[in-house]
Write a protein that binds this ligand. Structure first.
Ligand SMILES: C[S@@+](CC[C@H](N)C(=O)[O-])C[C@H]1O[C@@H](n2cnc3c(N)ncnc32)[C@H](O)[C@@H]1O
Length: 233
């Protein structure tokens, strides 16, 4: 199984373990890959969509791996019992949806050794929620596929986890800054460019709310630049 850059980066963050649950598995590529690599012994590939799960089932059957990859149809973590999965992976969805899934099945989420999360949007909300709800972010990764840079967050249950003392690290993952990730410069530049574009649009607006929003975004841009100069230059 050859994975895309994004999926390969996610798979690399999965520690060798007994059972991986891939929530929203769609095609089932990651469980299949990790079983083939003998990095996990058992996987639960789950999805809310019968069509998606059929794709995963077909792939698993094709590789004759039904004995080690189970498929389950259902919403979020409700398909799992507490303690069933060592590692829970939720990738390719919005950060708020991921957050709600973890929140809804707290006992299941807390029973895992680690959560590997790859939000497409809403990364800030997800980081903030994790830190405010007894999870510690232990690692973060960036991966480039095509023109897009994706963020991957590894979190572990830890009721002693401390909130970040600087708000900007909910947007720019602190772990990425600490390890001076090779893609950090490019990712920050993209963020600053898109803030520049939104600010330019708002500058044309005449309303008070546009002016307030513009000030907020200018402050955010200043903080992004501060991290850029602190870490990169
Ligand atoms: C964009 S795909 C991502 C597939 C794969 N995880 C990846 O990263 O490439 C999102 C998948 O999540 C599934 N999904 C969406 N909401 C879900 C939920 N509440 N519970 C389980 N699966 C869900 C969708 O059916 C779809 O298969």
């Amino acid at each position: 199984m050859i994975l895309s850059e994004r999926l390969r980066a996610i798979a690399q963050l999965v520690p060798n373990s007994h059972t991986l649950a891939d929530i929203g598995t769609d095609h089932g590529y990651i469980p299949l890959y990790l079983i083939q690599q003998r990095r996990i012994q058992h996987a639960i590939a789950a999805d809310i969509s019968p069509g998606s799960l059929d794709k995963a089932r077909q792939l698993i059957r094709q590789h004759r791996l039904e004995h080690c990859i189970e498929t389950r149809l259902g919403n979020g973590l409700s398909v799992l019992a507490p303690g069933e999965a060592d590692i829970i992976l939720i990738a390719g969805m919005g950060g708020v949806l991921i957050r709600n899934m973890i929140d809804k099945e707290e006992e299941v989420a807390r029973s895992a050794a680690a959560l590997i999360l790859q939000p497409m949007i809403g990364q800030e909300e997800l980081r903030r929620w994790l830190l405010q709800n007894g999870y510690r972010i232990t690692d973060e990764e960036l991966v480039k596929e095509g023109r897009r840079i994706y963020e991957i967050i590894v979190a572990i249950p830890d009721t002693n986890a401390l909130a970040y003392d600087n708000e900007i690290f909910y947007e720019i993952g602190l772990k990425l800054v600490e390890k001076n990730h090779p893609l950090l410069k490019e990712w920050l530049m993209k963020k600053i460019k898109s803030l520049d574009e939104i600010i330019a649009q708002l500058q044309r607006g005449k309303t008070e709310s546009a002016a307030i929003r513009m000030l907020e975004l200018k402050e955010k841009r200043r903080q992004y630049k501060e991290v850029y100069h602190w870490r990169i230059k």
